[in-house]
Design a protein around this ligand. Structure first.
Ligand code: UDX
Length: 447
């Protein structure tokens, strides 16, 4: 008998997981409380930008293997395995993860399931959540229901969501019984046949793997950015430093790119939630270093604003600044906690005349900050600019050469916030170009 799968929550994680489960051959139903989202997805329309996912969605809506609903009643009686992929946003008070959506979706299922079912948590949660949810399930379940719980964290990256789900680096299963493990081994049979490392463990370890991975990645980025502060002060080349460090296999070159810092819906929120959770556990100092990681990260934004101000001879008010890139990373339309958007807003608040262009992010940015101005394309953004800022490394920005801009700008000045441009041709063409980690001393003429 083929397995029937439900995925609760159709945001980034849930929509990707649902479409990929259909691609693996399962019958899948996606569930969300937002009727507009469900209607769009049912018509094969993806409410966000993710390469390759729209095609997969349309393929399986058409094949009939993938459908969407808002009706928990239908889902609870139909599916054998329920994946929980709802959001765990930062709480409004700034401390800890908001668990309302996880708790509500598990309770909705538990009150309705009859017979045997497996609930699998995928959302990123504070350690101890699965154990707590087991109590919630027990308190809500029918007497004739046997509901098991497992924790299976998701490590997908935006921009690579489909590839990361179909061919993950590793699979982590937090389980309490052999049957749950056997079911999940069937779900992931294809990846396991391809020798994907499988870690079968307890709830707490499974929950911690995810937050530890994101804390490590965030730390790596802030580590190199802290050295960028040093080279910005005394000189040195941060990219060469990262390359040299990266040759040590114990360190590795990935996630050592200095720049405007990390953003997005995961890294910033997860390091804050981990600090909040460990404090709750009485470990007030244990994750203290993550507060530093966060601060180093936020200082990058301030660095760009100060650099812009210096390059503009302290005249930010009224200066025309073109901001290229507003998403937190390329190949995404996500502007959550985006360093690029934050920098654009800070410059705007300082009185600059900011014009933003992003290949996919303008719409989401405009919803958050309607007072910023948005350009439809790159030439419109850089027209008459006193300063150009490259803040997200989209392919079209990485490929820029001086000739693309110099007829348009008012002054040939550019800050490369992602260290993706080769300085020499820009300097040769008469540009003032400053990268992250670069010592900037206009009076020396040393650029
Ligand atoms: C991250 C994790 O990588 C993923 O495993 C987890 O499931 C969710 O969180 P994502 O948020 O999609 O994924 O972005 P990621 O590619 O990790 O980049 C995060 C941020 O760090 C981006 O803003 C990126 O620009 C920045 N970054 C990354 C750097 O500033 N320097 C680097 O060297 C790498």
């Amino acid at each position: 008998m083929s397995m029937k799968i439900s995925v609760i929550g159709t945001g980034y994680l849930g929509a990707t997981h649902a479409a990929c489960m259909a691609e693996l051959g399962f019958e899948v139903i996606g569930v969300d409380v937002d009727p507009a989202k469900i209607e769009a997805l049912s018509e094969g329309k993806l409410p966000f930008h993710e390469p390759g996912l729209g095609e997969l969605l349309r393929k399986h809506v058409a094949s009939g293997r993938l459908r969407f609903t808002t009706d928990y009643e239908e889902v609870a009686s139909w599916a054998d395995v329920h994946f929980i992929g709802v959001g765990t946003p930062q709480r409004a008070d700034g401390h800890g993860a908001d668990m309302r959506f996880v708790d509500a979706s598990v309770a909705e299922l538990a009150t309705r399931i009859r017979g045997t079912a497996l609930i699998v948590g995928k959302s990123t949660v504070p350690v101890g959540t699965a154990r707590r949810l087991r109590g919630l399930i027990a308190a809500n379940a029918h007497t004739d229901a046997q509901i098991s719980l497992a924790w299976n964290p998701e490590f997908l990256r935006e921009g690579f969501a489909v590839a990361d789900t179909m061919s993950p680096d590793r699979l982590v299963l937090g389980v309490e019984d052999a049957t749950s493990e056997a079911i999940l081994r069937r779900v992931y049979a294809q990846a396991l046949e391809a020798d994907t490392p499988l870690i079968v463990t307890d709830f707490e370890t499974a929950e911690l793997v995810k937050v530890a991975a994101n804390a490590f990645l965030a730390t790596k980025i802030s580590f190199i950015n802290s050295f960028a502060e040093v080279t910005e002060t005394i000189g040195g080349d941060i990219t060469v430093l990262a390359d040299a460090l990266g040759h040590d296999a114990r360190i590795g070159r990935k996630f050592l790119n200095a720049g405007v810092g990390f953003g997005g819906g995961c890294l910033p929120k997860d390091i804050r939630a981990l600090q909040a959770r460990t404090s709750e556990l009485g470990l007030t100092h244990t994750m203290g270093f993550l507060a530093e990681v966060d601060e180093i990260n936020l200082r990058r934004r301030e660095r760009v604003v100060r650099l812009a101000q210096t390059m503009l001879n302290d005249k930010l008010v009224g200066a025309r600044i073109a901001v290229l890139g507003v998403t937190f990373k390329p190949d995404s339309d996500d502007v959550r906690d985006s360093p690029a958007l934050d920098i654009a807003v800070r410059l705007f608040n300082a009185g600059a005349d900011v014009l933003v262009y992003d290949p996919k992010g303008n719409k989401n940015a405009a919803e958050r900050f309607p007072r910023l101005q948005y350009a439809d394309d790159l030439p419109e953004a850089v027209k008459d600019a006193d300063l150009v800022l490259l803040l997200t490394e989209w392919a079209e920005f990485k490929a820029l050469v001086p000739a693309d801009l110099e007829e348009l700008v008012a002054t040939k000045r550019i800050i490369d916030g992602r260290n993706v441009l080769d300085r020499a041709p820009w300097r040769d063409a008469g540009w003032e170009i400053v990268r992250m980690g670069q010592h900037y001393a206009p009076l020396d003429g040393e650029l």
